[in-house]
Write a protein that binds this ligand. Structure first.
Ligand code: NI
Length: 249
């Protein structure tokens, strides 16, 4: 039994959500954490976690929306953090790959949500792209825990995040050719990782080019089992224990 700790299962990407959910459940994925990115998707996530029993929610504003979000979008998050099945604030963070010109705004948005995480004692799900140094410096200022989503950094960076108490979210990127993540995962303990798909993005090998969904957790899991020389059962036990520790589910 595996949990997809990071996916974006909403209408913008899936006009056939009910059939995708059926496919995921049939593939024996027992839980998914659906991550919002902006006000519209946050509203949808809250609706869907009521509809689908195996779905949990993370609500937050992605750095992509640093220029367009409003204070009422943040108030909406605050008002729903104690809702049933809302397990985290996410997806939040910094993205200097797409935008370097609005770093100040991205940092301001990130810090506002980190304050909320502190206030409500909620884990966070962090997006950090080409922004490792700033992400680490900012996270150090807050008493927060959570997942560094789509981790693909160096062993040294992995060690820093682990020491800070974060879990590393590993997805289909590990199956890509010439990816140094295999070596990093080889060196770190399974108590530090959780599995995710980032659906509909980052489809693992050999399904590149197709739309991703949470059932592909198994393709990622098998890959990691081979690197770590453990069974699927052991990997599922370890990662579910990490999820329990972090999200209390
Ligand atoms: Ni994502």
């Amino acid at each position: 039994m595996f949990t997809d700790t990071h996916c974006h299962l909403y209408k913008e990407y899936y006009d056939d959500l009910d059939s995708i959910i059926y496919k995921i459940k049939k593939a024996q994925i027992n839980r998914v954490i659906n991550n919002g990115c902006d006000n519209l998707s946050n509203i949808e996530v809250l609706g869907n976690i009521k509809k689908y029993d195996f779905m949990y929610g993370a609500i937050g504003i992605h750095p992509d929306s640093a220029d367009t979000y409003s204070e009422s979008d943040l108030a909406y998050i605050k008002n729903h953090l104690n809702d049933d099945k809302v397990v985290a604030i996410g997806e939040i963070g910094l993205d200097y790959y797409w935008r370097k010109d609005n770093k100040d705004k991205q940092i301001e948005l990130f810090e506002k949500q980190l304050s909320l995480a502190e206030e409500f004692d909620k884990p966070i799900i962090v997006h950090s792209r080409d922004a490792t140094l700033d992400t680490i410096e900012i996270l150090k200022k807050y008493k927060v825990r959570g997942v560094i989503h789509s981790f693909s950094g160096s062993y040294e960076t992995a060690c820093i995040y682990i020491k800070m108490g974060f879990l590393l979210g590993i997805n289909g990127v590990i199956t890509f050719k010439n990816c140094n993540l295999k070596d990093v995962i080889g060196k770190i303990d399974l108590s530090n990782i959780v599995l995710e798909t980032d659906s509909p993005y980052l489809t693992p090998v050999p399904y590149r080019g197709q739309r991703n969904d949470s059932s592909h957790i198994f393709d990622i899991a098998k890959f990691i089992c081979e690197i770590k020389n453990v069974s699927l059962d052991e990997l599922s036990k370890e990662t579910n224990a990490n999820i329990k520790r972090c999200f209390d589910i």
